[in-house]
Design a protein around this ligand. Structure first.
Ligand code: DC
Length: 231
Protein backbone atom coordinates (compact mmCIF):
# COMPACT_ATOMS: atom_id res chain seq x y z
CA UNK A 1 0.00 0.00 0.00
CA UNK A 2 1.15 3.54 -0.79
CA UNK A 3 2.44 5.66 2.04
CA UNK A 4 0.90 9.11 2.24
CA UNK A 5 1.48 12.32 4.19
CA UNK A 6 -1.28 13.46 6.53
CA UNK A 7 -1.24 17.11 7.66
CA UNK A 8 -3.42 18.10 10.61
CA UNK A 9 -3.67 21.81 11.33
CA UNK A 10 -5.96 23.91 13.44
CA UNK A 11 -6.44 26.11 16.47
CA UNK A 12 -4.88 25.28 19.84
CA UNK A 13 -6.52 22.55 21.92
CA UNK A 14 -8.72 21.25 19.10
CA UNK A 15 -7.51 17.71 19.81
CA UNK A 16 -5.14 17.58 16.84
CA UNK A 17 -2.61 15.45 18.67
CA UNK A 18 -5.24 12.99 19.91
CA UNK A 19 -6.54 12.23 16.44
CA UNK A 20 -3.05 12.39 14.89
CA UNK A 21 -1.75 9.75 17.32
CA UNK A 22 -4.77 7.51 16.73
CA UNK A 23 -4.34 7.68 12.95
CA UNK A 24 -0.57 7.17 13.13
CA UNK A 25 -1.03 4.07 15.33
CA UNK A 26 -3.79 2.75 13.08
CA UNK A 27 -1.63 3.07 9.95
CA UNK A 28 1.74 2.30 11.58
CA UNK A 29 2.93 5.78 10.60
CA UNK A 30 5.23 8.16 12.44
CA UNK A 31 3.48 10.89 14.43
CA UNK A 32 5.20 14.28 14.72
CA UNK A 33 3.92 16.92 17.16
CA UNK A 34 5.38 20.15 15.73
CA UNK A 35 3.87 22.26 18.53
CA UNK A 36 6.18 20.36 20.91
CA UNK A 37 9.16 21.65 18.91
CA UNK A 38 8.06 25.30 19.26
CA UNK A 39 7.37 24.64 22.94
CA UNK A 40 10.86 23.16 23.43
CA UNK A 41 12.48 26.27 21.88
CA UNK A 42 10.31 28.37 24.21
CA UNK A 43 11.48 26.34 27.21
CA UNK A 44 15.08 26.96 26.13
CA UNK A 45 14.37 30.72 26.04
CA UNK A 46 12.84 30.53 29.53
CA UNK A 47 15.67 28.45 30.97
CA UNK A 48 18.24 30.88 29.56
CA UNK A 49 16.50 33.96 30.84
CA UNK A 50 15.69 35.26 27.37
CA UNK A 51 11.92 35.62 27.78
CA UNK A 52 9.86 37.14 30.57
CA UNK A 53 6.36 38.53 30.87
CA UNK A 54 7.24 41.95 29.48
CA UNK A 55 10.49 41.46 27.68
CA UNK A 56 11.86 39.04 25.14
CA UNK A 57 15.44 39.13 23.87
CA UNK A 58 14.66 38.00 20.32
CA UNK A 59 18.18 38.74 18.99
CA UNK A 60 19.80 36.58 21.66
CA UNK A 61 17.45 33.69 20.93
CA UNK A 62 18.19 33.93 17.20
CA UNK A 63 21.92 34.07 17.96
CA UNK A 64 21.66 30.96 20.15
CA UNK A 65 19.49 28.93 17.79
CA UNK A 66 22.45 26.82 16.68
CA UNK A 67 22.86 25.69 20.30
CA UNK A 68 19.35 24.26 20.38
CA UNK A 69 18.95 20.65 19.38
CA UNK A 70 15.41 19.26 19.19
CA UNK A 71 14.98 15.51 18.76
CA UNK A 72 12.26 12.91 19.26
CA UNK A 73 12.59 9.48 20.82
CA UNK A 74 9.87 6.84 20.64
CA UNK A 75 8.57 5.74 24.06
CA UNK A 76 7.06 2.27 23.80
CA UNK A 77 5.10 2.59 27.05
CA UNK A 78 3.04 5.53 25.81
CA UNK A 79 3.12 4.69 22.10
CA UNK A 80 4.50 7.91 20.71
CA UNK A 81 7.75 9.87 20.43
CA UNK A 82 8.67 12.31 23.16
CA UNK A 83 10.51 15.55 22.56
CA UNK A 84 14.07 16.16 23.79
CA UNK A 85 15.80 19.52 24.21
CA UNK A 86 19.59 19.17 23.99
CA UNK A 87 19.35 15.54 25.05
CA UNK A 88 16.88 16.02 27.94
CA UNK A 89 13.32 14.72 27.83
CA UNK A 90 11.14 17.84 28.20
CA UNK A 91 7.78 16.31 27.27
CA UNK A 92 6.22 17.23 30.62
CA UNK A 93 7.94 20.59 31.13
CA UNK A 94 6.72 22.00 27.80
CA UNK A 95 3.02 21.49 28.63
CA UNK A 96 2.70 24.13 31.37
CA UNK A 97 0.51 27.23 31.05
CA UNK A 98 3.66 29.33 31.40
CA UNK A 99 5.19 27.80 28.26
CA UNK A 100 1.82 28.19 26.52
CA UNK A 101 1.78 31.87 27.43
CA UNK A 102 5.12 32.52 25.64
CA UNK A 103 5.10 30.02 22.79
CA UNK A 104 3.18 32.06 20.21
CA UNK A 105 5.74 34.87 20.50
CA UNK A 106 8.58 32.42 19.89
CA UNK A 107 6.70 30.77 17.02
CA UNK A 108 6.34 34.15 15.29
CA UNK A 109 10.11 34.45 14.74
CA UNK A 110 11.02 33.57 11.15
CA UNK A 111 14.46 32.20 12.09
CA UNK A 112 12.87 29.80 14.58
CA UNK A 113 10.31 28.71 12.01
CA UNK A 114 12.83 28.05 9.24
CA UNK A 115 14.98 25.94 11.57
CA UNK A 116 12.03 23.83 12.74
CA UNK A 117 10.37 23.57 9.32
CA UNK A 118 13.63 22.17 7.88
CA UNK A 119 13.66 19.44 10.56
CA UNK A 120 9.97 18.70 9.93
CA UNK A 121 10.48 18.34 6.17
CA UNK A 122 13.36 15.96 6.81
CA UNK A 123 11.26 13.87 9.23
CA UNK A 124 8.49 13.51 6.65
CA UNK A 125 10.58 13.08 3.52
CA UNK A 126 9.75 9.36 3.14
CA UNK A 127 6.00 9.91 3.75
CA UNK A 128 4.15 7.59 6.14
CA UNK A 129 3.85 10.47 8.56
CA UNK A 130 1.04 12.20 10.44
CA UNK A 131 2.16 15.69 11.42
CA UNK A 132 0.13 18.19 13.41
CA UNK A 133 0.63 21.93 13.81
CA UNK A 134 -0.45 25.23 12.30
CA UNK A 135 1.32 25.39 8.93
CA UNK A 136 1.74 21.74 7.95
CA UNK A 137 -0.71 21.76 5.03
CA UNK A 138 0.28 25.26 3.91
CA UNK A 139 4.07 25.44 4.36
CA UNK A 140 5.69 22.20 5.53
CA UNK A 141 3.86 19.75 3.25
CA UNK A 142 1.78 21.75 0.74
CA UNK A 143 1.51 18.55 -1.34
CA UNK A 144 0.24 16.33 1.49
CA UNK A 145 -2.30 13.84 0.15
CA UNK A 146 -4.66 14.45 3.08
CA UNK A 147 -5.06 17.75 4.92
CA UNK A 148 -7.38 18.17 7.86
CA UNK A 149 -8.20 21.47 9.56
CA UNK A 150 -9.62 21.13 13.07
CA UNK A 151 -11.81 23.70 14.76
CA UNK A 152 -13.98 23.95 17.88
CA UNK A 153 -15.33 26.85 19.88
CA UNK A 154 -12.84 28.62 22.17
CA UNK A 155 -14.88 27.61 25.25
CA UNK A 156 -14.91 23.92 24.29
CA UNK A 157 -11.17 24.02 23.75
CA UNK A 158 -10.43 25.88 26.98
CA UNK A 159 -12.52 23.36 28.95
CA UNK A 160 -10.53 20.49 27.43
CA UNK A 161 -7.16 22.15 28.11
CA UNK A 162 -8.24 23.07 31.67
CA UNK A 163 -9.16 19.45 32.40
CA UNK A 164 -5.84 18.25 30.97
CA UNK A 165 -3.86 20.63 33.18
CA UNK A 166 -5.89 19.81 36.30
CA UNK A 167 -5.60 16.06 35.62
CA UNK A 168 -1.82 16.34 35.54
CA UNK A 169 -1.81 18.16 38.86
CA UNK A 170 -1.28 21.79 37.78
CA UNK A 171 -3.02 24.61 39.65
CA UNK A 172 -4.78 26.74 37.06
CA UNK A 173 -7.82 28.99 36.77
CA UNK A 174 -10.27 28.30 33.95
CA UNK A 175 -10.49 31.99 32.94
CA UNK A 176 -6.71 32.11 32.45
CA UNK A 177 -6.78 29.01 30.27
CA UNK A 178 -9.57 30.52 28.14
CA UNK A 179 -7.63 33.77 27.85
CA UNK A 180 -4.53 31.89 26.75
CA UNK A 181 -6.47 29.95 24.10
CA UNK A 182 -7.94 33.19 22.72
CA UNK A 183 -4.62 35.05 22.78
CA UNK A 184 -2.83 32.22 21.00
CA UNK A 185 -5.59 32.01 18.35
CA UNK A 186 -5.06 35.69 17.70
CA UNK A 187 -1.24 35.64 17.64
CA UNK A 188 -1.03 32.41 15.60
CA UNK A 189 -3.54 33.67 13.00
CA UNK A 190 -2.16 37.20 12.61
CA UNK A 191 1.61 36.67 12.60
CA UNK A 192 3.41 37.60 9.36
CA UNK A 193 5.32 34.37 8.80
CA UNK A 194 3.19 31.27 8.09
CA UNK A 195 0.03 32.31 9.96
CA UNK A 196 -2.50 29.67 10.88
CA UNK A 197 -4.62 29.32 7.76
CA UNK A 198 -6.84 26.61 6.39
CA UNK A 199 -5.22 25.33 3.18
CA UNK A 200 -7.59 25.53 0.18
CA UNK A 201 -7.62 21.76 -0.14
CA UNK A 202 -7.96 20.99 3.59
CA UNK A 203 -11.07 19.32 4.97
CA UNK A 204 -12.48 21.17 7.96
CA UNK A 205 -13.73 19.24 10.98
CA UNK A 206 -15.49 21.11 13.76
CA UNK A 207 -15.40 18.73 16.71
CA UNK A 208 -17.27 20.90 19.25
CA UNK A 209 -20.08 18.35 19.23
CA UNK A 210 -18.29 15.19 18.13
CA UNK A 211 -17.31 12.36 20.45
CA UNK A 212 -13.80 10.97 20.08
CA UNK A 213 -15.30 7.84 18.47
CA UNK A 214 -17.29 9.86 15.94
CA UNK A 215 -14.26 11.96 15.12
CA UNK A 216 -12.03 8.90 14.65
CA UNK A 217 -14.63 7.27 12.39
CA UNK A 218 -14.86 10.39 10.25
CA UNK A 219 -11.10 10.76 9.86
CA UNK A 220 -10.59 7.04 9.18
CA UNK A 221 -13.10 7.34 6.33
CA UNK A 222 -11.13 10.25 4.88
CA UNK A 223 -7.89 8.27 5.22
CA UNK A 224 -9.41 5.24 3.42
CA UNK A 225 -10.72 7.42 0.61
CA UNK A 226 -7.35 9.12 0.21
CA UNK A 227 -5.48 5.81 0.21
CA UNK A 228 -7.85 4.46 -2.47
CA UNK A 229 -7.27 7.59 -4.58
CA UNK A 230 -3.52 7.21 -4.38
CA UNK A 231 -3.46 3.48 -5.28
O1 DC B 1 -0.04 22.65 19.13
P1 DC B 1 0.48 23.41 20.35
O2 DC B 1 -0.58 24.13 21.10
O3 DC B 1 1.33 22.55 21.23
O4 DC B 1 1.45 24.51 19.71
C1 DC B 1 2.10 25.46 20.51
C2 DC B 1 2.30 26.75 19.74
O5 DC B 1 3.28 26.58 18.72
C3 DC B 1 1.06 27.32 19.05
O6 DC B 1 0.42 28.29 19.83
C4 DC B 1 1.59 27.92 17.78
C5 DC B 1 2.92 27.29 17.57
N1 DC B 1 2.98 26.38 16.42
C6 DC B 1 3.26 26.93 15.20
O7 DC B 1 3.37 28.14 15.06
N2 DC B 1 3.41 26.11 14.12
C7 DC B 1 3.29 24.79 14.22
N3 DC B 1 3.46 24.01 13.15
C8 DC B 1 2.97 24.21 15.48
C9 DC B 1 2.81 25.04 16.56
Amino acid sequence: MNHITIAIDGYSSTGKSTIAKQIANHLGYVYVDTGAMYRAVTLYAMQNDLIHKDDFNVEALIYQLNKIEITFKYNEDIGFAEVYLNGTNVEKKIRTLEVSSFVSKVAAISEVRSKLVAIQKQMGKDKGVVMDGRDIGTVVFPNAELKIFMTASAETRAKRRFKELIDRGDTVIYENVLKNVQERDHLDSTRKDSPLLKANDAIEIDNSNLSLEEQLEKVLQLVSMTLEDTE
